[in-house]
Design a binder for this molecule. Sequence first.
Ligand code: PDD
Length: 281
Amino acid sequence: RTVYVNGEYLPEGEAKVSIFDRAFLMGDGVYEVTSVLGGKLIDFAGHAKRLARSLDELEMPHPLAEAELLEIHRELVRVNGIDEGLVYLQITRGAPGDRDFVYPDPETTTPTVVLFTQAKPGLADSPAARRGMRVISIEDQRWGRRDIKTVQLLYPSMGKMMAKKAGVDDAWMVEDGAVTEGTSNNAYIVKGNRIVTRALSNDILHGITRAAVLRYAAEAQMEVEERDFTIAEAQEADEAFITSASTFVMPVVEIDGVTLGDGTPGPRARRLREIYLDESL
Ligand code: PDD
């Protein structure tokens, strides 16, 4: 696989980053995951815009213009022959010579830029989407700026492990009694013709897939309500689902051991997945 590091395209085994990189030492980096379907990048502009916002919120310089980033994404998809999969992009504050809590001067430290691809055949025609996911709820113990897409992903990793140990697919995080989001996705419930999902704030990541799916839901005459919901309300919902760049729309059929409806993916989740894939391909 060919990867991109600081201006160079290299075989993955030759790519190197400093041990002083602040993402390595302090989690001081941001990232984006853009999916690829039929060799095409999905919603690149949305991801580039969120990346710019993450960098601004952390007072990091923008090392590359959007057009340059797009060119690197396209080149990696091309050289690695990605039909279905994703492009991972990470920008860190760079590698000053020492470990220091204070940000280094951006004049003297250049950001580290890394991109690589992951092939994921069967991403669109996924057996998990036909079956539906099972989730457990866990306490949301992340930091308070979840709107910034940082590489500090230890708690989401712990959450995925809790789900794995419980024999299910993922975890929904709960704070002050309300669901925030999934470990790496936004969470939704469906009641009748109404889609309910938490409103945007610093408490959750502003999903690019979320924005598209809420638009498609409205266009398909579904009602959209952006508000808090509890696990108890979710367990009584008609349907549930998650969204992310790596799963698109994925139905949820069980929450903390309680089966939703007849235990198969609901019609609105299936419809939204279908619309999302149609619009993306
Ligand atoms: N995760 N919420 C969280 C906490 C996420 O990590 C993600 C994405 C989302 C969905 O955002 P989007 O629709 O823009 O992908 C919501 C990516 C896919 C990841 O970490 O791999």
